[in-house]
Ligand binder design. Structure first.
Ligand SMILES: Nc1ncnc2c1ncn2[C@@H]1O[C@H](COP(=O)(O)OP(=O)(O)OP(=O)(O)O)[C@@H](O)[C@H]1O
Ligand SMILES: [Mg+2]
Length: 425
């Protein structure tokens, strides 16, 4: 074998996402090697074994194969597993965003010319195999296919096992960026449409036993036809699965959107955590800025207590049983300030908001119930998505945008967990 051919591709050529323009796949030394060995094999003369010269053994009758049970689905329902395609099937266009867990690129499918988004999963430092959180993200996206959930097209691989990309439809905007660049806030009719879409996506995920656990405006994408797509299932997990001894992780949901039961250390929580985040998003769409811009958990709790009035035995019967409830001193009772904060919202709108921002998770409105709320049936009615204005897409620009001025998603504590673990500590 020639020593000049590298056995592994050089770093520069192997990185699809590196900052150079060379997006052709490196020459695979292994395929050459395989070709060579094949040639060598075919050149070898057939070995004459003593058996080949003697008389052949008598032919045994074929054993009768048992027919399959009628319950076994036909082969056509089990398409063969095929290897993932290469990232080099895509031409890299620009980096959209570098988030906590990966970089997102805009790219073009070389075969079809379609524009897509590629999210590179951060696996470089992974020492314990493919992280369960990455599998959960892929699995949740595939489980929750819906008009208002970003469409996963495929998973592609780079040159090494640490280069895995999720290929999604490219969506022009995220709501966080849009809210900061829009000259005026969304109209009530537009907010209703956006909320209906968000709620139907969340209801769909919850029906499929998936908690998103990181709903926030930067994870809500919107195309130029007024359609919202819930994205970033990086913290998603199935609920109803067996839970480990330590309970569910409390390091979920970006601080400003985090439900009070998680802040108070609840070891089990459910779909209601997503509904609290939906309440924060609803408020943000109206205010054009995040509702609770707290620097830490204590400040966040006191902001919540101020807006809603501190919890009482009536409003949150299980409050005292929460692990951290004893460690905080509740402020004196004061009336909620929700009405003052949202003076122009109709009483139906305010009712929906307060049902989403309800302390007791047992009492918090579900996505399915919220979809039926009278707020959506009163004037002004939800605007047809086609009538939404379009905006220039920051994500399609050639320049990388500045990171957001908001807290990032919690660090994934579960990355080191192996696939055999059921729990989520
Ligand atoms: N399909 C897409 N089309 C266009 N832009 C996208 C797409 N997916 C993600 N983005 C952009 O990339 C950003 C980061 O993506 P995502 O939230 O999935 O990654 P992340 O690393 O988990 O981010 P973070 O930790 O900041 O939430 C999004 O806020 C959005 O601006
Ligand atoms: Mg995100």
């Amino acid at each position: 074998m020639s020593t000049s051919t590298p056995t592994t591709p050089t770093k520069k050529r192997s990185r699809w996402d590196a900052e150079d323009d060379d997006d052709e796949p490196p020459v695979q030394a292994s395929s050459k090697r395989r070709a060579k060995s094949k040639q060598a094999k075919s050149e070898t003369p057939p070995v004459q074994t003593p058996a080949s010269t003697s008389t052949p053994p008598p032919v045994r009758p074929e054993p009768i194969r048992p027919t399959h049970s009628v319950y076994v689905p036909p082969r056509t329902l089990h398409p063969a597993l095929t290897p993932s395609r290469s990232v080099y099937c895509y031409e890299r266009l620009n980096a959209i965003e570098e988030g906590s867990y990966g970089v997102v690129f805009r790219a073009r499918d070389k075969q079809t010319g379609e524009i897509v988004a590629l999210k590179k999963l951060k696996l470089d430092e992974e020492k314990h195999g493919f992280p369960i959180t990455a599998l959960r993200e892929i699995n949740a996206l595939m489980t929750c296919k819906h008009e208002n959930v970003v469409n996963i097209r495929e998973v592609v691989v780079g040159d090494t096992l640490t280069q895995v990309f999720i290929v999604m439809d490219f969506i022009e905007h995220d709501l966080k960026t849009l809210l900061t660049v829009m000259p005026s806030p969304f109209l009530q009719s537009e907010i209703k449409t956006l909320m209906l879409q968000l709620l139907s996506a969340v209801a769909h995920c919850h029906e499929r036993w998936i908690l998103h656990r990181d709903l926030k405006t930067s994870n809500l994408l919107m195309n130029n036809r007024g359609t919202i797509k819930v994205a970033d299932f990086g913290l998603a997990r199935r609920y109803g699965d067996p839970i480990g001894v330590g309970g569910l992780t409390q390091l979920v949901v970006t601080l400003w959107y985090r439900a009070p039961e998680i802040l108070l250390g609840a070891i089990t929580y459910s779909t209601a955590v997503d509904m609290w985040s939906v309440g924060c998003i609803f408020a943000e769409l109206i205010l054009k800025e995040p509702l609770f811009q707290a620097k830490g958990e204590i400040e966040l709790l006191s902001m919540i207590f101020k807006l809603l009035g501190p919890p009482t035995a009536a409003s949150w019967p299980n409050f005292q049983t929460l692990p951290l409830a004893k460690t905080i001193t509740l402020p004196p009772q004061q009336p909620p300030q929700l009405r003052q904060k949202f003076p122009y919202l109709t009483s139906a709108g305010l009712d929906l908001l307060s049902r989403l921002l309800t302390y007791d998770p047992e009492n918090r409105i579900s996505a399915t119930e919220a979809l039926q709320h009278p707020y959506f049936n009163e004037s002004p009615y939800p605007k047809h998505p086609d009538l939404f204005g379009s905006f220039p897409s920051a994500a399609a620009g050639e320049k990388r945008r500045k990171p957001f001025d908001s807290p990032s998603a919690p660090v994934r504590a579960a990355d080191h967990k192996l696939l055999t673990d059921f729990d989520d500590v």
